[in-house]
Design a protein. Sequence first.
Length: 276
Amino acid sequence: MRATLHISAAALTLAGALALGQMLPRVFGDRLPQTAGTSLLDQVLGEARMMISDGMILKADEYYHGGVRVADCTHADAHAASSLDLPGTAHVHDHEDDDDAQPESPPRDLWNWVNTRIHVAEHRHMDGDQAKELIPWYWAAVRLEPKNVQAYLLCASVINHDLGNPSEAIRILEEGIRNNPAVAELEIDAGCIHLNRLSNSPAALACFESAYAKWAQDRDAHGHADGDLKMRILFYLCHLARQRDDTPSLDRYFAEAQALGIRSGSFTAIQKMAEH
């Protein structure tokens, strides 16, 4: 019941914003400020769009944990520090041992702090069909702010892993790529699904090569780029090169991994693949 009320409230808020966006031009006509390339939601909500969209992700995360808000959960960062996913491996959503937890800091949301102690709930994660409750929040988050990359990544992850629909997850990621054409992470996740769930190596290779090109473009544009992200891309490119017996490409990618100077689990895996 509580979930239904929250989803209804979010839907009404979004519908109200859309209705307001439709009404303002009719009421004020040419008196409205005109900004090229902006939508009605841009004019109505402005910079608040991302903040509200992020709030919807936090609400989805709360439902994922059975109604308990968990500050130290790695759910929102699962893609940034992904394990080396290859066919036969599974995505793991984990927490540190409660025994190792740091002393609790003063609560930012006093009501939520009190509520979780009066109505004690086990820290659990949704799985299977239960995860359907998360989809409306992610849908609202990306509709409100199409630049919210994290919403696309999390939505696709739930649809792929929890609901078992990799093809629909690919569709969500492709929409995210259209709205965020410079973001490599969306291509990486699409490549992982093509490789691990759909056994489509050519499609996976296209995604990882696109992610590689976007990483290089970001480096050229800003003078620096995320080395860990490139290492992750190189890991998959090496795996696919080894899969098709492309030794020259494997050697080249291994040399690039060495040049990054990052000694991580990804690099160790690449090094083992390069031992031929």
